[in-house]
Design a protein around this ligand. Structure first.
Ligand code: HEC
Length: 211
């Protein structure tokens, strides 16, 4: 008897999982317009000041990624990557590597991007939310690959530094509809802050590159 109840519960759970596994594009009643309405309602859009309202308006890349549920066909993916690459601004003095100690703090710091944040406070990169970086830090997310020994594994190669800069500045330039924030393009952190974080990944003295 107990077994029957258990297996019925299991079957029900599997059925629910199957429903959730269906991609939203198979549900024709959920249109982009409806998603937009739901999002605006949940943020109280009409009461927000204009600068916060602007944050709820999708740019073209976000719109395309929403439209294709983050799985764009090859030609659209190419367009997204091109648009994203065009938005990348390189450090004006040509120096990619800043101060790794500042980069370490920025990588741990998760402050920012909330509607009621204090604009005077330093916004962080929050990289540990998705990446392993220095071996001493044991609390990290695994949505992104481990960045342990990142510079060392790439022989501190200038080309790899440039590639990582672009990835951090606009992650969609490397992979269309990447889930990694577009730190430079969306002005989450400054170009200088990106160079500090880059130094945390590529400086020979950074704990990221030590055993
Ligand atoms: C919300 C999760 C998330 C956050 C936060 C995040 N990343 Fe990522 N990152 C990813 C994912 C996922 C990938 C793998 C490729 C992709 O999907 O874009 C990635 C890839 C990378 C890569 C390329 C790795 C390779 O294979 O060579 C680098 C470098 C990187 N991230 C650096 C950073 C840095 C530095 C920060 C903080 C400023 C950061 N990431 C914050 C999710 C994230």
């Amino acid at each position: 008897m107990r077994f029957a109840v258990l297996s019925a519960a299991l079957l029900a759970a599997v059925a629910v999982a199957k429903v959730h596994a269906q991609p939203p594009r198979d549900l024709p009643h959920i249109t982009s317009e409806r998603l937009e309405q739901a999002m605006r309602a949940s943020f109280g859009y009409d009461q927000l000041p204009p600068d916060l309202q602007a944050r709820l308006v999708q740019d073209e890349v976000q719109r395309l990624c929403t439209e294709y549920r983050n799985e764009p066909p090859a030609d659209v993916a190419e367009r997204i990557q091109k648009l994203s690459a065009e938005s990348v601004v390189f450090p004006p003095d040509g120096k990619f590597l800043g101060d790794w100690k500042k980069g370490e703090q920025l990588s741990v710091n998760g402050y920012g991007l909330r509607m009621r944040d204090d604009p005077r406070r330093q916004v962080g990169g929050n990289c540990y939310a998705c990446h392993q970086m220095a071996p001493q830090e044991v609390s990290y997310g695994t949505l992104g690959p481990s960045l342990l020994q990142y510079g060392k594994l790439r022989d501190f190669d200038p080309e790899a530094i440039r590639t990582a800069y672009i990835k951090i500045y606009n992650s969609n330039a490397a992979l269309a509809c990447s889930t990694m924030p577009r730190y430079g393009t969306q002005k989450i952190i400054s170009i200088e802050d990106i160079t500090h974080i880059l130094a945390f990944l590529f400086d020979r003295d950074s704990p990221v590159n030590k055993e």
